[in-house]
Write a protein that binds this ligand. Structure first.
Ligand code: IMP
Length: 192
């Protein structure tokens, strides 16, 4: 039987990707599919906290089992920043270009360029909360390279590669990305 589950997102691309990964045994609904048009507040100071808030919100208000994700870029020399604040590093209302520019500024002259992307997925089934994460290690370069992807992709070179994420096509990025790794763990839990 097909199992209904909500992914707490309105991002059509993320929904399409997860539906392809989970296959026909799951009917994955997005927030708009269940009539949830609220802006769920992401008020936690960790990726785990924000993912949990979103998944629990849907369970409590709409009754569906639900999973939610949150992603951050964690830079070693900046004590893990921008981390949970990655989307709004340069302040509210600023775009990715401003976030990347601030990152470049804060890393100017810094020789430790180690960084990682981390995606956390919170799954709420009934009363049970399960957290998984997916990590890709890499380094931040001091120029922007490539036009693909989004966010910090033009300055992030994954370990074992010379290309930035923005120089890879989506298939290559998705085969090693933080999100893909977290999603694979989610799938293992859902199908077991
Ligand atoms: P979200 O939790 O998926 O919305 O991601 C939060 C923020 O992290 C985004 O707004 C981006 O700035 C950054 N981010 C997340 N995933 C990626 C990625 O794959 N490449 C580059 N930046 C990302």
């Amino acid at each position: 039987m097909t199992r209904k589950i909500v992914f707490a997102t309105n991002n059509a691309h993320k929904l399409e990707e997860i539906r392809a990964i989970l296959g026909e045994d799951f009917q994955v609904l997005g927030l708009s599919d269940i009539g949830c048009n609220e802006d769920i507040p992401e008020t936690a100071d960790t990726l785990e906290g924000n993912a949990e808030i979103k998944a629990r919100y849907v369970k409590e208000h709409y009754g569906y089992d639900c999973f939610a994700d949150d992603t951050g870029l964690e830079v070693e020399a900046l004590d893990g920043a921008p981390g949970v604040y990655s989307a709004r590093y340069a302040g509210p209302g600023h775009d990715s270009a401003a976030n990347v520019a601030l990152l470049m500024k804060n890393l100017a002259g810094e020789s430790n360029r180690n960084a990682r992307f981390r995606t956390v997925i919170a799954l709420v089934e009934g009363d049970r909360l399960t957290l998984v994460d997916g990590v890709v290690k890499g380094r931040i370069i001091d120029e922007l390279r490539g036009d693909n992807g989004f966010g910090y992709d033009p300055v992030f070179v994954p370990e074992g590669y010379d290309m930035t994420f923005a120089e890879m096509d989506s298939k290559e990025k998705n085969s090693i990305s933080h999100r893909a790794r977290a999603t694979a763990k989610l799938k293992d839990i859902l199908v077991s």
